[in-house]
Design a protein. Structure first.
Lengths: 300, 621
């Protein structure tokens, strides 16, 4: 399937952003979340630097609550690509036994997500972190620049962003500052799936519908990946055909019922979808402006 | 039916003209808002909305907490939508004058602008300002939407009157060196109720033209970038191994095919193209917008920052040029100060040499100006540290645009559009003389240096410099002393003490010191030189190691007590404006070569200086 013209354009622009990052920073890394957007980023990075190999490491922040299938997929892809994979988990949070089930989603994500990311960036002295965030995901993301600097403490100041003119990105950093780079800023969820379908990009099987063991929690369908989530007395998981629209920690990510088992079927499903992508994310409903708060504090 | 190419557009206009509402309406009526987003919106509307019981569609785009609380748009929000006919990337831009730089962020990459006007208010100053910025950034398609006609019973007479004013505004847009906006369409609207947005309105029977959405779906943006000469800024050199060297980058304009010769613009070196690698592997040709890796058939000396062009259609190469600047930094422009400059993939330093005029975007009057503040536009001449390859912005948006960056804060200081190279820059080549600095230094048996004394007035700079010079003289060195007062009586007679004049004062002093170093001398320069940036400028004019920064660290109170010329007393009475330390800042050096404690006796300090520099003069260090 040939790429539609607008996607060919977006592909070229993303490749240019990846090259710009490599040429402008001392130690870039690609934040690999194992989701579909990361998979597309990885594919674009292969193209950007071909025939050379991807010249920077992949960084995965493991929270301890990733789906087992995600971790297996991650290791397989890194090996296939011969990529340098860095995995980091917040040791302090691990020691404190932070869990989304006992401590709630907010403390869990702050500790095992945001804190862990900052630790990893400092630990590996990464000065540019490339992420797969898209502006169409959420309102505060819609405002973010493609090259977005962070202070020494990894904070984002949305009220005084540098203007960003043409593709003349201002890649300058002061001491201790770091850059976040978003090559997929201008892509939509539909673009991502169209691209995955056209290019045959491997993604985690959880995106495709299959019969899975499901619990109903706070109106969401939770796929119980292991027995750390206690069952109510008399409760048994029901088996439903479900799939995921986004990837995240399994107790915090809602599935939806679906029979879409191929990228083409997902595209057909999306064409008539009436809910937004982040609907299944329990963490975003925490509070008004939840995402903006998290981003100001250093969340990706 | 094949899709039209991607359309990048922005919405602009004064605050409250209905931009956010229009976008919300456009997305809503095109069926592009998800149900859960609508539900969130209903909640937000009750909290922050302005539309009573109705869902406030404006809240769809105001994404920052501060924006929702204040009910205004601060920064650009990007929206993505598609209809069967076309994909759109829309920048929803803020209307407030103090957020103009964010509006310009949206304008820089757009092909088309929707300029909204509140029919009750007509064209406002901000309408003119935004139209001018659209023209400045080279947008060729303007849609003026006359909004809120529901509040005026869709009165045709009002529409016709404002439409006529809008046409007059567009016709009068005349920014020197830039073409006026050639394509203008005026559409009557009610964003809030959806009339003429995605659906034609029965309430506007007198209008026969297209709806806004139909117009956006069908308009053809002249794709002339492909017909322009080939331009390829090298972004990154891919050296996989000894057998592969590829020049990676994005084609900025034109097209190129295998076998075509390419020339490095600044050096003239040429080689034919052997391979073009695209996202899908080898390809026979490439055109504007393509991200490719080029392999040339012969060794070609080039690197990131170089521009490739056809040997027969080369860009300008010059280190001085005229350009429009939209100033975006909170710190105002200081002519003479060095900024980092990015043009294509090149980074260099540049300074503004003159401001020809400031442009009033509303009346387009040319005003005399000595500086530009945030959100102001001016036509300036600039001098870069290295020769640059470029085209005029009016002929090529990709190779005629640049940014300036504040070196102290790293903030983006300006967006620039090049008007033309300066004649003098293309015709003057520095003369190389056979007897050079080294040769003269050998003859004088010393290594030339600049001892740069910086510090407050009456801190003791000149006193110590004079002592050091006497010692050097007795040691057989060839010296020359420069100070603020003696230069200000001659060379710098025309300069005062405003920030701008201080910058120029130091620049000239630096140039004089540099000539003396070329002559092989030890220069003792005593200048208050209050700004770090200008001291750095002088340091960078000289070769590494030739600039010795000596900080006279004397407390302000002590200087004021000494007050040999009675200046502090007068400044404190308010009789001297811009007096350093009193009502004008002094920025102490962050890492001087030498710090002198101004409370010690001058002879002690002079010996400290000698101990530091004598080994360097004799070449022992
Ligand atoms: N009656 C009416 N009100 C409108 C229309 N368009 C916008 N408004 C109102 O005008 C106000 C400002 O709109 P907004 O979209 O926030 O303006 P912005 O500052 O340009 O983004 C809001 O109260 C809107 O509800 C319209 O076509 N008709």
């Amino acid at each position: 399937m040939p790429l539609p013209p607008h996607l060919r354009r977006l592909e070229a622009e993303a490749i240019a952003i990846l090259r710009e990052t490599l040429a402008s920073f001392r130690a870039p890394a690609l934040l690999y979340s194992i989701g579909k957007d990361s998979s597309v980023l990885l594919h674009l990075a292969q193209k950007a630097f071909a025939p050379a190999a991807i010249p920077f490491p992949l960084l995965h922040i493991a929270t301890g609550w990733d789906f087992a299938e995600m971790l297996a997929f991650r290791d397989r892809r890194a090996a296939e690509l011969g990529a340098h994979l860095l995995v980091h988990t917040n040791p302090d949070g691990l020691a404190r036994g932070i869990s989304p089930i006992t401590h709630g989603s907010r403390l869990h994500m702050d500790t095992m997500g945001t804190e862990a990311l900052k630790q990893a960036l400092d630990l590996h002295a990464i000065d540019a972190a490339i992420g797969g965030a898209r502006r169409d995901e959420e309102k505060s993301r819609a405002k973010e620049r493609i090259f977005s600097p962070r202070t020494q403490g990894h904070a984002w100041d949305p009220r005084s962003q540098r203007p960003e003119f043409w593709t003349l990105f201002n890649t300058s950093l002061g001491p201790g500052e770091t850059m976040r780079v978003f090559p997929l800023s201008d892509w939509t969820e539909l673009d991502i799936w169209t691209y995955i379908a056209a290019e045959g990009i491997p993604v985690v099987p959880l995106y495709f519908a299959a019969p899975r063991p499901v619990l109903r929690r706070a109106g969401a369908l939770i796929v119980r990946d292991d027995d750390r989530m206690p069952l109510a007395p008399g409760e048994t998981p029901e088996t439903l055909w479900v799939r995921f629209r986004t990837m995240g920690d399994w107790p915090l990510t809602g599935a939806h019922e679906s029979r879409a088992a191929t990228p083409a079927q997902i595209l057909a499903e999306l064409a008539i979808a009436r809910t937004s992508e982040r609907h299944g994310r329990l963490i975003d409903h925490d509070q008004d402006a939840a995402m903006e708060r998290k981003k100001r504090e250093g969340y990706f | 039916m094949p899709q039209k190419p991607l359309l990048r557009l922005l919405t602009c206009g004064a605050v409250d003209d209905g931009k956010s509402t229009l976008i919300g309406r456009l997305l809503h009526d095109a069926g592009l808002i998800a149900e859960d987003t609508l539900a969130t919106l209903a909640g937000d509307s009750r909290r922050h909305g302005t539309t009573g019981a109705d869902v406030d569609l404006a809240l769809l785009t105001d994404g920052l907490e501060a924006e929702r609380q204040q009910g205004i748009t601060i920064d650009v929000a990007w929206r993505y939508f598609a209809t069967p006919a076309r994909h759109f990337i829309l920048a929803d831009c803020p209307g407030h004058p103090q957020h103009t730089r964010n509006m310009a962020t949206g304008a820089a990459r757009a092909d088309l602008a929707i300029l909204l006007v509140d029919a009750r208010a007509g064209l406002l100053p901000q309408t003119y300002r935004h139209a001018a910025i659209c023209a400045l950034f080279g947008i060729r398609h303007l849609v003026v939407g006359i909004n809120k006609l529901d509040l005026l019973d869709f009165d045709q007479a009002v529409f016709e009157r404002i439409a006529a004013e809008a046409r007059a505004m567009a016709a009068a847009l005349a920014i020197p060196h830039l073409a006026a906006i050639p394509h203008l369409v005026v559409i009557p609207l009610s964003a809030r109720h959806g009339d003429n947005v995605a659906h034609p309105s029965a309430r506007i029977p007198w209008y026969a033209g297209p709806t806004l959405l139909h117009h956006l779906e069908t308009i053809t943006i002249d794709e002339t970038a492909t017909e322009k000469p080939f331009r390829f800024p090298i972004q990154w050199v891919n050296r996989r191994d000894e057998t592969f060297r590829g020049l990676a980058g994005t084609v900025a304009s034109g097209r190129i095919a295998l076998g075509d010769p390419v020339t490095v613009a600044t050096s003239g070196a040429t080689a034919p193209l052997a391979r073009i690698l695209g996202p899908g592997g080898d390809q026979p040709e490439a055109q504007d917008g393509d991200a490719v890796t080029l392999v040339v058939a012969a060794p070609l000396d080039c690197a990131r920052g170089d521009l490739l062009a056809p040997p027969t259609a080369r860009p300008n190469v010059a280190d001085q040029f005229a350009a429009h600047l939209l100033w975006t930094d909170d710190a105002p422009l200081l002519p003479g100060r060095q900024y980092r400059m990015r043009l294509g993939t090149t980074w260099t330093t540049a300074s503004v040499t003159t401001i020809k005029h400031r442009l009033d975007p509303q009346t387009q009057a040319h005003e005399a100006a000595t500086t530009l503040s945030a959100n102001e536009i001016g036509l300036c001449t600039l001098a870069a540290a290295t020769p640059l390859a470029f085209d005029a912005y009016a002929t090529n948006r990709a190779t005629g645009a640049f940014i300036l960056v504040n070196r102290d804060t790293n903030r983006t200081a300006a967006a620039g559009m090049i008007a033309h190279p300066l004649r003098r820059a293309t015709n003057i080549h520095p003369e190389a003389y056979p007897v050079d600095k080294q040769a003269r230094g050998v003859a004088l048996r010393q290594r030339p240096l600049v001892l740069w004394f910086t510090g407050l007035s009456a801190s003791g700079k000149t006193t110590v410099a004079k002592l050091v010079e006497q010692h050097l003289y007795h040691a057989g060195c060839h010296t020359f002393a420069l100070d603020g007062d003696n230069l200000r009586h001659g060379l710098n007679r025309d300069l005062g003490f405003t920030p701008r004049d201080r910058v120029e004062n130091i620049r000239r002093a630096g140039e004089v010191a540099k000539l003396m170093v070329e002559a092989g001398l030890i220069v003792l320069a005593s200048f208050i030189s209050p700004y770090r940036a200008e001291r750095r400028l002088v340091r960078e004019m000289l070769a590494p190691g030739e600039f010795v920064e000596i900080f006279m660290d004397t407390p302000l109170d002590l200087c004021a007590a000494r007050d040999p010329k009675g200046l502090y007393a007068r400044a404190r009475r308010g009789e001297i404006p811009n007096f350093t330390g009193i009502n004008s800042p002094y920025e102490p050096p962050e890492s001087p070569d030498l710090t002198l404690d101004g409370q010690s006796p001058p002879e002690t300090l002079a010996r400290q200086v000698l101990a530091h520099i004598l080994p360097r003069i004799t070449g022992e260090a």
